[in-house]
Write a protein that binds this ligand. Structure first.
Ligand SMILES: Nc1ncnc2c1ncn2[C@@H]1O[C@H](COP(=O)(O)OP(=O)(O)O)[C@@H](O)[C@H]1O
Ligand SMILES: [Mg+2]
Length: 370
């Protein structure tokens, strides 16, 4: 299917996948998440936005993509829709490849980043999954913040957790800085405080907002709203023992207490040899074996946590266009039980043509059975 022939009138929900550290599994998860949506008949485009370290084409098994981001950047085409490459196996999956070794994007100015974000919103699909580069350049932070759902992928090791904490901290600082840019007095106050040692080590965002509120209640309110609008989900990847999930609870508590940010734990993905094997084969792991443990983990996460989100269109709010997703849209995002589901042949609750029962149960707090 050609994405250009099937223009969706709605904007896609953008899911950006980031992390402080490289090598934690962002790209393999982005690719398999795209395949997972496509398997559930949801039109999806996966975008390799790890400019400079692009490797999505290798994970997908397309060594020389027909188009890459370079064709867009050079002005040969006008929109990102023009460089979508249809996946050879999955009808509902399109891909936008970065140009391997192209550093141009990392240096683009703020304006162009905003243009890129707008272009992402114009992609003709229901979901756009953006695989971000490692680190916390402004480009990464802005793409992550603009997404309807920003997912932080982390591993259970302490280094990965601390890098992830720093990543979210950078996201928070970037968003707060953008909010106070217009308010010179507050900006000077924050900058002066940022220079002091106590601020760097001890100050909680909550306290900072309190201090600002003493003189500028309206600005403090805007800063709080800006933080409340961040939609951050967490995935713990490469789990070897289920108890490791406790780390995420501690991590969430630290984010809440120190940065005043609420996050949603989307789930774990187990460490399993199928993942590197699939990379070698050039097949996203969920497509290589949808019954393997990491594939089930991811499918569960997609169906239970991602597809039934009610606030996918946070971007509209962020752009002050005040369009809220209605009940009708919410219904549209439900998974319909069908023979196309990768677990049809073994699901106890299957009832073809009706909304997925497991998904309903998830809303009621049902966590699946083992
Ligand atoms: N759940 C997992 N089990 C085993 N290996 C994994 C898992 N997730 C990722 N890996 C391995 O980690 C490596 C890095 O993954 P990648 O997605 O390229 O990381 P990133 O995009 O964050 O830099 C890959 O070679 C992949 O095989
Ligand atoms: Mg990567």
């Amino acid at each position: 299917m050609n994405f250009m022939d099937n223009q969706s009138q709605d904007m896609p929900a953008i899911i950006a996948i980031g992390s402080g550290k490289g090598g934690v599994g962002k790209s393999v998860i982005a690719a398999s998440m795209g395949v997972g949506f496509a398997m559930l008949k949801r039109k999806t485009v996966v975008v390799d936005a790890d400019f400079g370290g692009s490797n999505l084409h290798q994970i997908i098994g397309i060594p020389k993509p027909a188009y890459t981001y370079r064709d867009f950047q050079s002005g040969q085409v006008n929109t990102l829709n023009d460089i979508i490459v249809d996946h050879h196996q999955f009808d509902n999956l399109g891909l936008i490849f970065g140009a391997a070794g192209s550093y141009g994007m990392a240096n683009e100015k703020y304006f162009n980043r905003q243009k890129f974000i707008k272009q992402l919103k114009n992609i003709h699909a229901e979901f756009v999954v953006v695989d971000l580069g490692a680190g916390s350049s402004f480009q990464v932070l802005d793409l992550f913040s603009a997404a309807d759902l920003g997912i932080v992928v982390m591993n259970p090791e302490p280094l990965s957790l601390s890098e992830s904490f720093n990543f979210v901290k950078q996201v928070v600082i970037r968003n707060l800085s953008n909010t106070i840019r217009k308010f010179t007095e507050v900006q000077t106050y924050v900058q002066d405080h940022a220079k002091t040692e106590t601020f760097r080590s001890n100050t909680r965002v909550f306290d900072l907002l309190g201090q600002i509120a003493e003189k500028h209640q309206d600005v403090a309110d805007q800063m709080k709203t800006c933080l409340d609008m961040l939609q951050i989900g967490l995935i713990l990847n490469r789990v070897t023992a289920d108890e490791q999930a406790v780390e995420v609870e501690a991590f969430q508590k630290a984010l809440r207490e120190l940065l005043s940010v609420d996050t949603e734990f989307l789930g774990i993905i187990h460490d399993n040899k199928i993942v590197p094997d699939a990379v070698l084969d050039g097949i996203p792991f969920i497509a290589k074996d949808s019954k393997a443990v990491p594939s089930r983990d991811l499918a569960n996460l997609i169906i239970m946590k991602v597809l039934h989100r009610k606030h996918f269109h946070a971007f509209w709010d962020k752009m002050s266009l005040k369009k809220r997703i209605g009940e009708e849209d919410f219904q549209r995002k439900k998974v319909i039980c069908s023979v196309n589901c990768m677990y049809w042949d073994e699901c106890k609750y299957r009832q073809g043509g009706y909304p997925c029962k497991l998904q309903y149960m998830a809303e009621m707090g049902f966590q699946g059975e083992e």
